[in-house]
Design a protein around this ligand. Structure first.
Ligand code: ADP
Ligand code: ADP
Ligand code: MG
Length: 668
């Protein structure tokens, strides 16, 4: 076994690898760029080596720097994580040349599976079911349209070197096939430096289901069941689960055995994933093989009990797999949510900044439910523009699917993140969505469920009541504390706190009454029996657990507008509590109207103006491109929401803007 390994990655996956290595008694070396000087993975590792400036192409992507760091520290092996150098055959070969072990597959397997056209050919030869399509290269637009028509629309146009959902689009007719070919080709050239394009049938109502494999250097290959990753946004995974609610034992076995056949065809060793697209009749088709540890591997670990990183290290050191196919059992259900620094209320635009608050839910197992949070950040960490915007991977594991989903909803409610935009509200809303809860998924689910983008979930009667109770408690606890601080002077106020209270919430007024009781409080609402409630809230805390008639609810609390902003399960509302007299006065006051920003184009995130596509005085049509803003290495095209005339453009290309700064004004 190795005594020291280097992790050629950053963020959560570097921390994840360090954890398993440490448990095996192996010393760890981290590498870091300028931006990651104080990062969690550097803190966690036994040693750390600085490898250059922040941009990945000047640090994490330079094989020579990683090899030099190995030599400097005496690391005998490298775990590449995912992304970065993990699927680069030349890196694996260079390590081999230096006598350093690569904790992953061999060069030949990476090469064969790294290319989608080659891997599809090998898969077909190994008897794996592949997506019908054209296996050859495509010369030009006319050729693309001809082939697409032969396959039959709709088709998927893909980059052979593609990854991360890039360089891929659907075409429904000849015109789209021509345009799609050209756009995919140029995207592939700039993203992967390789513009080879191929076309295959677009599988309708597709579900993404993948098989996890692990193989050793002695020819043993075992599959560890499947993961379903159908919840995707722009072909990128958001929520994953294991097992899949869609597979039966026979399909699982067929997919597993075909995956093993493919892996054997390329002498595969280490962990790998064979991705399939599955149609509504449970027919499955090979998509690609990822020759690395996958982002969503924890859900497999939770249902199989296998530590994939440990196994990768063992087989890289030459050990024989310690279990066979018959030993693999799938128990319970696991769900993973990818927590991204992106603002769901602003069309998922990436967000950067400091994590002023970062408090994940408590990890561990209690009452048959396991919570696991893989992360690479801590409170105070900076989410920079240089790397992937994934902040954490929150997993829950329970005996059944619905229990795992409900545990996830609760864990998301207990997760506190402030300082950056994040997708917690979106994930919370997803957990309540009937299609997800019933497992009626396809990769089109998010686009179909949120056709006009995502907004706060409208509160149900049950949430309105729950939030009203919470607000009554908050105001009661504050009132009691204020009375205590000011002593006898406010004893009358204290007495008054036992009067009725008026809760204003979601356009309603609810009259409630609260009394101290033995283990908390007794709350009365009109037409309801008295409820026994308690909370752990103390003034200033931004998360509290409310126990209402024996059911516990985690609710996030923020002071706002002489009241609070309360959030749970994707619902986000403002609540105020008044005495009946003050409520009467408040009714006379006008609602403060939000400033009218409809005539403005505001910068949706901190970023750089790449270009302005219109001039002052221009008439623009709905959907017309107005400006392009770059943030986190992504270009975001801002389009006109409606027809109008551009009155003023106070900024120009090259300007750096803060969020909500005015890019242009339209004539009224
Ligand atoms: P998974 O299937 O494990 O979710 P993804 O395809 O989402 O994997 O990729 C995992 C990580 O690797 C992401 O950060 C993604 O951006 C990155 N990645 C994958 N393939 C490539 C590639 N060819 N070029 C650049 N980045 C890639
Ligand atoms: P990447 O290397 O970017 O991960 P994949 O080939 O794995 O590319 O495809 C990514 C996603 O795109 C899949 O999970 C699926 O949602 C969708 N997709 C790819 N090919 C097809 C297809 N032929 N039919 C339907 N959906 C597809
Ligand atoms: Mg893929």
């Amino acid at each position: 076994m190795f005594s020291k390994i280097l992790i050629a990655n950053r963020g959560e996956i570097a921390c994840r690898v360090i954890r398993s290595a440490r448990a095996m008694g192996i010393a760890t070396v981290a590498v870091y760029s300028d931006a990651d000087r104080n990062a969690e993975h550097v803190e966690m590792a036994d040693e750390a080596v600085h490898i250059g400036p922040s941009p990945a192409n000047q640090s994490y992507l330079i094989a020579e720097k990683i090899i030099a760091a190995c030599k400097q520290t005496g690391a005998q092996a490298v775990h590449p994580g995912y992304g970065f150098l993990s699927e680069r055959a030349s890196f694996c070969a260079a390590l081999e040349g230096e006598g350093i072990a690569f904790i992953g597959p061999k060069v030949k397997a990476i090469e064969a599976m790294g290319d989608k056209i080659t891997s599809k050919k090998i898969a077909a030869e190994a008897g794996v079911s592949t997506v019908p399509g054209h296996m050859g290269l495509i010369d030009d637009e006319a050729h693309a349209a001809r082939i697409a028509a032969e396959i039959g629309y709709p088709v998927m146009i893909k980059a052979s070197a593609g990854g991360g959902g890039k360089g891929m689009r659907i075409a429904w007719n000849d015109a789209e096939a021509r345009e799609g070919f050209t756009r995919s080709k140029s995207e592939a050239a700039s993203s992967f430096g390789d513009d080879r394009i191929f076309i295959e049938k677009f599988i309708e109502e597709p579900r993404h289901i993948e098989i996890q494999l692990i193989g050793d250097s002695h020819g043993n290959i075992v599959y560890l069941g499947e993961r379903e990753c159908s919840i995707q946004r722009r072909n990128q995974k958001v929520v994953e689960e294991a097992p899949s609610p869609f597979l039966d034992a026979a399909t699982r076995k067929a997919m597993g055995e075909q995956s093993v056949a493919l892996a054997k065809a390329v002498d595969y060793q280490s962990a790998g994933t064979v991705e399939f697209i599955v149609d509504k009749n449970r027919e499955f088709f090979f998509l690609e093989m990822n020759t690395r540890l996958q982002v969503e591997h924890p859900v497999t670990e939770l249902i199989t009990g296998v530590d994939l990183v440990e196994q990768m290290i063992r087989v890289a050191a030459g050990e024989t797999l310690g279990f066979s196919q018959d030993d693999v059992t799938l128990t319970g259900w696991a769900v993973e949510s990818r927590i991204y620094a992106e603002d769901p209320y602003r069309n998922f635009l990436p967000s950067i900044g400091r994590l002023t608050r970062y408090r994940p839910p408590q990890e561990g197992t209690a009452d048959g439910i396991t919570i696991r949070n893989d992360t690479g950040v801590t409170e105070g960490s900076e989410i920079s523009m240089f790397y992937d915007p994934m902040v954490a991977k929150l997993c829950t594991y329970a005996p059944t699917r619905l229990e795992a989903i409900d545990a996830m909803a609760d864990a998301l409610d207990r997760f506190e993140i402030e300082g950056i935009g994040h997708n917690l509200p979106f994930l919370s809303a997803l957990m309540q969505h009937p299609r997800w809860r019933e497992g009626r998924l396809s990769t089109g689910f998010i686009a179909e469920a949120y056709p006009d983008g995502f907004g706060p979930v409208p509160p149900t009667d049950a949430t309105v009541e729950r939030f009203a109770i919470a607000a009554l408690l908050l105001s009661h606890i504050l009132g009691a504390r204020n009375a205590q601080i000011s002593g006898a002077r406010f004893s009358q106020a204290e007495r008054r706190s036992h009067e009725d209270r008026v809760v204003r919430i979601a356009g309603e007024e609810i009259i409630g009454h609260i009394d101290d009781a033995a283990d908390g409080y007794l709350v009365r609402l009109p037409g309801r029996e008295a409820m026994q409630v308690s909370t752990d809230w103390t003034p200033g805390a931004r998360l509290a657990i409310f126990n209402i008639n024996g059911e516990s609810h985690a609710i996030k609390i923020e002071p706002a507008d002489a009241g609070w902003r309360l959030r749970q399960l994707g619902v986000d509302v403002r609540v105020q509590v008044f005495s009946p007299r003050v409520a009467e006065l408040a009714r006379l006051m006008k609602e403060k109207a939000a400033p009218d920003t409809s005539g403005l184009l505001l910068c949706p995130m901190p970023g750089l103006i790449v270009s302005i596509a219109v001039s002052e005085g221009d008439e623009v049509q709905e959907g017309q491109t107005l400006a392009i803003v770059e943030a986190m290495k992504m270009e975001n095209v801002l389009k006109a929401e409606r027809k109008g005339i551009v009155a003023r453009i106070p900024v120009k290309a090259g300007d750096s803007l803060a969020v909500d700064e005015i890019i242009m004004e339209f004539a009224k």
